[in-house]
Design a protein around this ligand. Structure first.
Ligand SMILES: Cc1cc2nc3c(=O)[nH]c(=O)nc-3n(C[C@H](O)[C@H](O)[C@H](O)COP(=O)(O)O)c2cc1C
Length: 216
């Protein structure tokens, strides 16, 4: 039975574009996989504790030798790592905060780099073969050819860091200019925001239509 791991990380629920897009993706996935299971985790509502010394060092100590804080931390680490290992596909809703990913996402990421489970110190990442899609939202416009191209440091970092874990099929679906109605100097960009969001939803539909065609 196929499994989708669905994560969200926007601090807001109402009005969140990244959440709307990841929910659209999960619905399309469930339609395509009626007998599949969706595992959902809200990294903003239910944050993962930051990686601390107990959690980090627990990964380098044999089961029987762990202290109580290490044992407790390792339990969560293993839960998160096993959620990934059990997933056939992953979708992550991710906003842009201060030119990078939300700290709630980083806290999760720091916990899923686990030698022996998600990465092998000799051979590298162990998470290959799982398509990973980010539904990404950003307030400004940083697309190709714009004056602020390159200001979104989320995507290059995510591609690199997750690539190191073995992910070999990483896709970004961006919605941008989402602050057009809240930022006076972005006045006039509302139609472009709407188009960007509509295009992002259409990209999800096109992706699943392509998968249907391939399976037919
Ligand atoms: C704390 C914070 C920092 C932000 N930093 C940026 C930024 O650096 N660049 C940008 O384009 N938008 C920035 N934004 C705007 C968000 O990226 C935008 O509102 C996006 O739509 C949020 O995702 P969501 O719609 O899923 O909540 C920021 C928003 C917040 C709350």
């Amino acid at each position: 039975m196929p499994t989708l791991l669905h994560l969200d990380s926007s601090m807001r629920h109402e009005g969140s574009r990244s959440r709307a897009l990841s929910a659209h993706y999960a619905e399309a996935w469930q339609q395509a996989n009626p007998d599949g299971t969706v595992i959902y985790r809200d990294l903003a509502a239910d944050p993962i504790p930051h990686l601390d010394l107990a959690a980090f060092s627990a990964n380098f100590v044999a089961d029987d030798d762990r202290t109580a804080p290490q044992r407790e931390a390792r339990e969560l680490t293993e839960t998160l790592a096993h959620e990934l290992l059990a997933a056939d596909e992953i979708v992550i809703g991710i906003p842009l905060y201060n030119f990078g990913p939300p700290s709630t996402f980083k806290a999760w990421f720091d916990r899923i780099v686990v030698p022996g489970l998600t990465v092998d110190m000799e051979s590298g990442g162990l998470l290959g073969g799982r398509p990973l899609t980010f539904t990404a939202a950003r307030g400004g416009g940083y697309g190709e050819g714009t004056p602020r191209e390159g200001w979104d440091h989320r995507e290059p970092w995510l591609r690199h860091a997750l690539g190191q874990l073995g992910f070999d099929d990483i896709r970004f679906i961006h919605a941008e200019l989402t602050l057009s109605r809240e930022t006076p100097k972005m006045s006039g960009l509302e139609d472009l925001e709407d188009k960007s969001i509509a295009d992002a939803h259409a990209a999800i539909d096109a992706l699943f239509a392509e998968k249907r065609d391939l399976a037919a």
